[in-house]
Write a protein that binds this ligand. Structure first.
Ligand code: 6GU
Length: 235
């Protein structure tokens, strides 16, 4: 997968060279490039933002410097999927992550301040005929799209075959919609059951006996029960 990131703060994305995603880039499974929006700005101040029409607080990111950064990427690959993180977008869910993990090429456009001139998504959707997704992590407001992009990139890319060391980790984890036919939990959204490791007793707390019983059927039932109980507590 190819990922381009347009931002005024490329330094936010240095952690993508660590750990799993660093290795995935070394292995050629993933290619991530950042593009500094400030380099596309003109004038002595290299402004990328201006005051909002209609008045109000804050600044709005101007369309043209963004277009200067994005056009070469879109022209080179009109099939790319543009993702604009914004608290006013549709909810980014595990289902979205799964769907986007099969894309060949993603472009993240990070806004700061009060957001991006609304003609940017309109232009790339309606005129350039690009797929544009405005996505939100949840009902709270971050200072910009950079941290949201990092979260989405991690959620999406760990689903690419070969990125995770142990692909079995994907099967039973939180928020995976299980649809294994014959599975008792088919279609349910579960959260992960509690996990334990050595030692069997720690500061007076024991590992649940069923986990050391060797009874795989009983262990599976216990874990499903625990996952359901946790899911109920969240809603
Ligand atoms: Cl995607 N962006 C910003 N700025 N704030 C958010 C968000 C995104 N999701 C939740 N809060």
């Amino acid at each position: 997968m190819k990922i381009d990131i347009v931002t005024i703060f490329p330094e936010y994305f240095t952690p993508l060279s660590l750990s799993l995603l660093g290795k995935a880039q070394g292995d050629g499974l993933l290619e991530i490039s950042t593009h500094n929006l400030r380099e596309r700005a003109h004038g002595v101040h290299k402004s990328v933002d201006d005051t909002p029409y209609g008045g109000g607080a804050g600044m709005v990111m101007m369309a043209e410097p963004i277009a200067q950064a994005i056009d070469p990427l879109v022209n080179a690959d009109p099939e790319l999927v543009m993702i604009i993180p914004t608290p006013s977008g549709a909810r980014f869910t595990q289902e979205r992550a799964v769907e986007l993990s099969t894309a060949e090429h993603l472009l993240f456009l990070c806004g700061r301040y009060e957001g991006i001139d609304a003609r940017v998504p309109e232009y790339y959707r309606e005129v350039a005929q690009i797929r544009v997704e405005e996505l939100s992590l949840g009902d709270y407001v971050l200072a910009g799209g950079e941290v949201a992009s990092l979260a989405m990139i991690e959620a999406i890319t760990r689903l690419i075959p070969g990125v995770l060391g142990n692909p079995d980790s994907l099967v039973e984890e939180s928020h995976v919609l299980r649809d294994v036919s014959g599975d008792e939990s088919a279609g349910e959204t579960l959260v992960e059951y509690p996990n334990y490791t050595k030692p069997p007793q720690w500061r007076g707390l024991d590992v649940p006996e069923v986990l050391t019983s060797g009874n795989h059927g009983a262990i599976a039932r216990w874990r499903l029960e625990q996952a359901r109980a946790r899911a109920r507590k969240l809603t």
